[in-house]
Design a protein around this ligand. Structure first.
Ligand code: SF4
Length: 340
């Protein structure tokens, strides 16, 4: 059930990758600012979508939250405890509560392991470390029941990953992610490598599992219709920054940030009449390099509404109406509902 209780709070998260030059790569030559000061909350029981073009920092954000990427600065508070400051032992304990579903079901499973062992492995590791107390029989029973719940009957469980289709492999990945009983699932484009007909089956399975296991999702996708279907709220990322965050029904009806407007105007509409009358917003140029340091708005170079102030100052994410936040000078004086 969705609540307003915060499960995960990200405060000013930065992930910069230093660039080195010179013969021995010892001289600093700037940094790739993949995530550049991101703040948001994920509430218990909700699905928060992170959207944006490739290279905007979505996957790096998720990898940093899971501490699979080095955090340059900022806080990642999971149930109030800062994951960014944890040592290896503390992190192993905390990992029981959040798991990742990876984008590529072909490379995220060990090809030498039987399916049942892939799902049982996290439980075996945690039992060995005395962080769980399960017998081998209990582990196997739980792995079988999770595989069955994810749509793989027991006759399949002694097979190897290469014997399965992409959709079936993703079901195995989901069963593995559930094996330790997590509270939060970090889903990194879980359906984008799958055929469209399979995508809806996997999304429906994830929705059912969310209710059944009381899960919270941070869900990455570049397909905006997938996010609209799956997520309660959506955060839009551009060049390592969150530029707009709102409940899905509000964001899709009333996008405010010029970048969100352009993104949504590019989503295909099945109705040809509505598609003809819709105004398409085409952006100029490509996404700028995340290496260069800019003072102003990250969207300045491509924004059709840019003003003088946008070049020199970075707008902060402010709440325009309940739950709807935008980082754009067009709405600076609109706090409380008086929109530009
Ligand atoms: Fe465009 Fe300026 Fe708003 Fe940035 S702050 S999105 S450049 S209008």
């Amino acid at each position: 059930m969705q609540t307003r209780e915060t499960l995960l709070e990200i405060k000013d998260l930065k992930v910069h990758f230093p660039l080195e030059k010179g013969l021995l790569f010892t001289k600093k030559a700037g940094a790739v600012r993949a995530v550049d000061g991101v703040s948001f909350c994920v509430h218990k029981g909700e699905s928060l979508g992170l959207v944006g073009e490739s290279g905007c920092g979505k996957s790096t954000t998720i990898m940093a939250l899971a501490r699979l990427e080095h955090i340059t600065s900022g806080q990642v508070l999971f149930e109030g405890k800062d994951l960014a400051g944890m040592d290896a032992q503390q992190l192993i304990r905390a990992r029981k509560d959040f798991q990742i579903i990876f984008q590529d079901p072909y490379s995220s499973l060990d090809p030498r392991m039987r399916v049942i062992d892939i799902v049982a492995e996290p439980m075996r590791i945690f039992t060995k470390k005395r962080l769980l107390s399960l017998t081998e029989k209990q582990i196997e029973e739980k792995a079988l029941s999770l595989l069955d719940r994810c749509g793989l009957p027991s006759s399949y469980t002694k097979r190897y990953p290469h014997e399965f289709s992409g959709g079936q492999r993703q079901r195995i990945g989901i069963a593995r992610a559930l094996s330790l009983g997590p509270k939060l699932i970090l889903a990194d484009e879980p359906v984008s490598a799958l055929d469209v007909s399979i995508q809806s089956q996997i999304l429906n399975l994830l929705k059912d599992l969310q209710k059944e296991f009381n899960l919270t999702f941070l869900f990455i996708a570049h397909d905006l219709s997938v996010v609209e279907y799956f997520c309660n709220r959506v955060a839009v990322m551009y060049l390592g920054n969150i530029v707009e965050l709102a409940p899905s029904n509000i964001l899709y009806k009333n996008p405010m940030h010029p970048y969100t407007k352009a993104l949504l105007s590019a989503v295909p509409i099945p109705d040809p009449v509505a598609a003809k009358t819709r105004k398409r917003l085409i952006l100029n140029g490509d996404v700028p390099s995340p290496i260069s340091i800019r003072l102003g708005c990250p969207f300045y170079e491509r924004c059709p509404m840019a003003m003088g102030a946008c070049e020199k100052q970075k707008p902060t994410l402010i709440e325009i109406e309940e739950g709807h936040q935008v980082a754009c000078f067009l709405y600076e004086n609109a706090q409380g509902g008086d929109h530009a």
